[in-house]
Write a protein that binds this ligand. Sequence first.
Ligand code: NAD
Length: 250
Amino acid sequence: MEAVLHSFHGRNAVVTGANSGIGRATIDLLIGRGACVLAVDLDVSQLGGVPAITVSADLSEDSAPKRIAEAAGELGDLDLLVNCAGVGGSKRIAETDDALLDRILGINLRSVIRLTRELLPLLRRPGGAIVNLASVYGEVGRVGTTAYAASKGGISQLTRQLSAEVGPEGIRVNAVAPGCILTAMTRTKIDNDPEYRRAMIAGTPLRRVGDSTEVAEVIAFLGSDQASFVNGQIVAVDGGWLASGGHFQE
Ligand code: NAD
């Protein structure tokens, strides 16, 4: 029988940041393609009606990875970990106080390393996959993105480093680097700051912002058997923003 494209039947996945935006689109897509999903967010009661196993956890808390691993262990071997939870709100360095720095690095980078460390023993060998959420802001310099850019640059490098470390065990590690995607994280700025909206659209060769489902499709591909020889890659899903330097070109 011909393999179904990006089928997840019989596969187990953990997805963080499951309540909203890209994480929510990813769990909907994975469940639709047959996966059994463990969905993690601050308050998963918002996921009522979604046929997923849920864990409420603040990933920045030290006890979170162990609780998530315990729940994931009930599923059996883990096929996919999607580290999607994240926060924005970065500022220029002079306005980046310690609390903001600790919050952004703590959630976007430290918690990803800690959860991955805890779940790695559960990942199928060979065949397991990890997909991290990087960002175009982790790839190029942009004013006002200090802590966020550092956290996402860290995610890109973590992805490359880990792909080398666990590749020999048959586990693949990749990341997506979204451009401007319309989600709760970006909506306020896009809706209320016409200059920001204009600049993001003008700097994107496709001349629009992206939708969460367009990122989820690439996450699913990277987590699927169809990407079986893709490892250590940071895949931009940005309408061409990085390729064009994020600058308007006629
Ligand atoms: P979103 O705000 O819609 O979703 C983020 C989710 O993460 C929320 O449900 C939130 O509750 C959860 N979360 C935040 N802190 C948490 C914590 N401490 N513990 C548990 N859960 C927590 O944002 P999104 O746009 O869907 O972002 C998803 C990922 O994509 C993030 O890592 C973000 O940095 C990345 N990203 C987004 C864009 C974009 O344009 N939207 C661009 C590049 C990268």
